[in-house]
Write a new protein. Structure first.
Length: 283
């Protein structure tokens, strides 16, 4: 049945680090063939392979076009227990003059087959374009449109805001009022703040380097492992930019999602696997 001249454990899933999932953006990327994917791996098995070497994948394709329910079901069957997909919500919901009018697009996406993912459904990333300013009333109207559950299962929403006007106390208070997480974007191009605003933490790291075999220098991965552990424990790193002063540590642990996105994308899987290994070694 195997198409691979490879050992039997080639598709063994990595042990999950408690409370932290680490992943990459997508799984179809030609430069990963031969650098991440082993020689001889047929393309139709790339998701199967990737989902057993990282513990989450952020899907960008859903930002540009709807997927069929059967597609979501197929993704579910190809991935192991404990693995999750983060889905980019459609751009037609977030790139519009009036966010308050996005209800139809939001409902069409959420009720368009996401339930087929079952427990593989992770956070839904609502990414706003860099030109979209923070307009408090309109933005709150948008948050009120986001469904809180799907077939009785709570949905996890995360807001990726890319205009500098969002880096303010009013935005943070609004996100917290609705229990919506905010993306921490480790990038010089977009607002970058690490204030938790929801029940989980979602980081998109964009500084991988082609010259680093592991994507990030070992010391940088050590630092991200320490930050992820603090987030997961209900605390907060003290070395990241913020809007407001750090809150007291929570009593409850948090879910944490860390994705290696952009930068030298060819190195992203190696960075993710390096972080997973550090988190696993720390117990």
């Amino acid at each position: 049945m195997s198409d691979l001249p490879a050992p039997a454990d080639l598709f063994a899933a990595p042990p999950a680090a408690a409370g932290v999932r680490v992943g990459i953006g997508g799984w179809t990327f030609a430069p990963w063939r031969g650098t991440f994917y082993p020689p001889g791996l047929v393309q139709r098995r790339e998701l199967e392979y990737a989902s057993r070497h990282v513990t989450a994948i952020e899907v960008n394709g859903t930002y540009y076009g709807a997927q069929k329910p059967a597609t979501y079901a197929n993704w579910r069957t190809q991935t192991p227990d404990g693995f999750v997909f983060s889905l980019k919500a459609p751009r037609y919901a977030t790139d519009r003059a009036r966010l308050a009018e996005a209800g139809r697009t939001i409902d069409g996406f959420v009720h368009g087959g996401l339930a087929e993912l079952g427990d593989r459904l992770g956070p839904i990333n609502w990414q706003f374009p860099p030109h979209k300013r923070f307009e408090p009333d309109d933005f709150e109207a948008f948050l009120a449109l986001l469904p809180r559950e799907l077939d009785g299962v709570a949905l996890r929403h995360v807001l990726e805001v890319r205009h500098a006007s969002f880096a303010c106390a009013d935005y943070l208070a609004l996100a917290r009022r609705y229990g919506m997480a905010s993306v921490f974007t480790d990038s010089p191009k977009y607002p970058s703040f690490a204030d938790p605003s929801g029940r989980f933490v979602y980081a998109r790291l964009m500084r991988s380097e082609a010259a680093e075999p592991g994507g990030y220098a070992p010391a940088a991965l050590d630092a991200w492992a320490a930050r992820a552990r603090r987030w997961a424990a209900g605390s907060e790193p003290d070395d990241l930019p913020r809007i407001a002063a750090a809150a007291a540590a929570t009593a409850a642990p948090r879910e944490v999602f860390v994705f290696f996105i952009n930068g030298a994308k060819v190195r992203a899987p190696h960075a993710a696997m390096g972080l997973i290994e550090r988190l696993r070694a720390a117990g």
